[in-house]
Design a protein around this ligand. Structure first.
Ligand code: ATP
Length: 322
């Protein structure tokens, strides 16, 4: 193998730059030419290629976002788009490709790998952590720490005002962010799409929480919760308790910022492992980490199979809200 490409796609996540850096530097150490593909799969279709060397990725490990930029590319989902992508990759002389992104990116990577014109290894990176085959995705740790920082600050003011606070966090249709942030932030309740939200019970919990003498009640709401977002849920509770409340939707701050040490290390390990795998002739796998060990999962499984939430953590929510 002489020449490989690297792209970031879908939602950006802190740590993507550290992964690109690892791909480039590990590739160079193997004597490969590295081509950066700008704006995800759009860059393949528009032949937006840039040669990368060790200096191109200097001073990037600590930066959020992605130096290659990212995009959502609908054309890639079509037969015609896939055909064009394969053609352009071949014309550019790319024998291998590392994709960095979430489950949509992994679906695109699966199609490219199955077409067989180029060898593909993927690296999981999304703040949502909703990818099967890895305990953690790159960006998740930074996102939960950013959310936690905000929640700690809100707790100070919530305690002074003695009002329930409903804090909405990201995570799309899954509750990984909400669960970890809720446990780490000492939330009284955590509402996630995986567990049905019962407004009656929630209202009772909040009422009892103040009756027990607690000075604040923090409810973490996953954006994909079945009962609606924080705004709708807070209003439904108000209809029952008539208790003044506050809402905070954390939104895109969770996507930004400098990656944590954990995300940088994970990104460095997985980026390098992806290149090593290509050099060994592997294709059609995602490299993740399970129980601290590198793990290769067939690309199709990463989005066909469902990653489960940590059941122990779920059980702890009620016990620890005291
Ligand atoms: P995040 O979870 O952070 O949003 P993601 O990788 O899941 O990241 P998506 O927007 O779902 O983000 O997907 C990224 C891109 O992957 C899409 O814009 C599209 O180009 C490609 N993609 C998604 N689904 C498919 C599919 N079924 N076939 C081919 N390509 C796809």
């Amino acid at each position: 193998m002489k020449r490989i490409g690297v792209l970031t796609s879908g939602g950006d996540a802190p740590g993507m730059n550290a992964a690109i850096r690892a791909v480039v530097r590990c590739g160079v150490s193997h004597g490969l030419d590295i081509v950066g593909i700008r704006r995800g799969y759009c860059g393949i279709l528009e032949e937006d290629f840039v040669k990368l060397g060790n200096r191109s990725v200097a001073n990037t490990i600590h930066r959020g976002g992605t130096i290659l930029e990212t995009a959502r590319c609908e054309e890639m989902k079509t037969e015609e788009g896939l055909r064009k992508a394969n053609e352009n990759l071949q014309r550019e002389g790319l024998e291998g490709l590392v994709t960095i992104g979430g489950d949509g990116t992994l679906r695109g990577a699966t199609k490219l790998a199955e077409a067989g014109n180029v060898k593909v290894i993927s690296v999981p990176s999304t703040i949502d952590n909703d990818v099967y085959g890895t305990d953690y995705t790159i960006g998740f740790d930074t996102a939960i720490n950013t959310a936690l920082d905000a929640i700690d600050k809100i707790r100070d003011t919530a305690g002074s005002l003695q009002r329930p606070f409903f804090i909405e966090v990201m995570g799309r249709s899954r509750g990984f962010i909400a669960l970890e942030v809720g446990i780490a932030g000492g939330a009284e309740d955590i509402l996630i799409p995986e567990v049905e939200t019962k407004i009656e019970q929630l209202s009772l919990d909040i009422k009892r929480c103040f009756e027990r003498g607690k000075r604040s009640s923090i409810v973490i709401v996953a954006e994909g919760d079945d009962a609606g977002g924080a705004l709708s849920i807070a209003h439904q509770v108000w209809e029952r308790l008539k208790m003044e409340y506050r809402i905070c939707v954390l939104g895109h701050v969770q996507r930004g910022g400098s990656p944590t040490a954990r995300d940088r290390v994970l990104a460095s390990k997985l980026g390098a492992a992806a290149v090593d795998a290509l050099v060994r002739g592997m294709s059609g796998y995602m490299v993740g980490e399970l129980k601290g060990e590198k793990a290769f999962t067939p690309l199709r499984e990463t989005w066909e199979k469902r990653k489960e939430l940590d059941a122990d953590l779920l059980r702890l929510v009620k016990v620890l809200s005291g």
